[in-house]
Design a protein around this ligand. Structure first.
Ligand code: NDP
Length: 277
């Protein structure tokens, strides 16, 4: 039997309605949430996602600026822009897109005003997150937890395996799952016997950036599979999970597109509301 689809688009749409109402309430108090998206033009910049975020902001009444620096921009240009946005009262949240290698991303993250850290990536906010303060939580993991919640399945005691340990996806989602009393393991590029690990997972989260690397034979029957990957292959968007084979084994699965992606954008806006409180 085919897996049940976890419909991220539908859940994100519901959340959007709530965000719209929250924005209207904030505007009554003369507060308008304002998002600045910063990207340096490059293959990793995800320009189309920036445009999608801008459209979503427009649809719920959030002010949004997209700052696209040209590919030759250096560290000083990015830092100067972040400083300018930190000081701009119209901007309540700053979202930095993946930077090309010649930019020191860590220095950029340190430069963000922690109160405008809509991504929850500033060391101060990450530290607070680890001791249980939930105001600034990375938005993709937050969206993933919402998708898991939508299945109605209790996570307590379940074996969760996360393939990928990045600071904005894999690691934080692991902490959120631990908080729900799941038993959590991380796999990464140096993990041996990946299949043995993934086959034990009641909840399998995959965020590696390798198209369709998880196949049906690597999944426990009935598992919940969350595919975070977004890879352009031959002009089509595919996940890190081979949907057709995994769909035959898993109990639940997120589609790509229409799973984690829309939730990520909705949770970004949700975090932005939090930055205004
Ligand atoms: P990163 O490149 O930052 O991290 C990738 C992780 O995967 C690393 O921990 C790496 O291990 C691990 N990895 C790489 N190859 C393997 C392998 N063969 N076996 C096991 N683990 C492996 O990626 P991100 O976390 O930023 O993103 C991952 C994917 O999710 C990408 O496709 C990205 O586009 C997508 N994404 C989608 C979002 C959405 O909203 N849908 C949001 C954010 C990301 P190591 O640490 O050892 O290098």
């Amino acid at each position: 039997m085919a897996a049940r689809i976890i419909d991220g688009s539908a859940i994100a749409k519901e959340l959007q309605q709530k965000i719209k109402a929250d924005v209207a309430k904030l505007k009554e108090q003369n507060k308008t949430p304002g998002l600045a998206i910063v990207l340096v033009n490059s293959p990793v910049a995800r320009t189309n996602i920036a445009e999608l975020k801008k459209r979503m902001c427009d649809s719920v009444g959030i002010y949004c600026e997209v700052h696209t620096l040209n590919s030759l921009s250096g560290q000083a240009n990015v830092m100067a822009l972040v400083e300018k946005l930190n000081a701009d009262p119209k901007i309540t949240g700053i979202n930095i897109h993946p930077m090309p290698n010649h930019i020191d991303y860590r220095a950029v993250v340190h430069a963000i005003d922690p109160l405008k850290d809509v991504e929850g990536i500033h060391p101060m906010n990450l530290g607070n997150f680890l001791i249980g303060d939930k105001q600034y939580i990375p938005f993709t993991p937050r969206g993933i937890m919402k998708l898991l919640e939508s299945t109605g399945i209790e996570l307590k005691g379940k074996r969760a395996v996360i393939v990928g340990r990045s600071q904005h996806v894999g690691l934080p989602v692991g902490f959120l799952l631990l908080e729900q009393h799941a038993t959590v393991s991380f796999a990464h590029s140096r993990s041996w016997y990946l299949e043995q690990l993934t086959c034990q997972a009641d909840v399998l989260i995959v965020a590696t950036g390798h198209p369709e690397m998880i196949t049906g034979s690597m999944v426990k029957p009935g598992a919940i599979v969350i595919d975070v990957g977004t890879n352009l292959v031959g002009g089509h968007l595919v996940g890190d999970v081979e949907h057709d084979s995994v769909n035959q084994v898993a109990g639940w699965i997120t589609p790509v597109p229409g799973g984690v992606g829309p939730m990520t954008v909705a949770m970004l806006l949700n975090n932005l509301i939090g930055c205004c409180d």
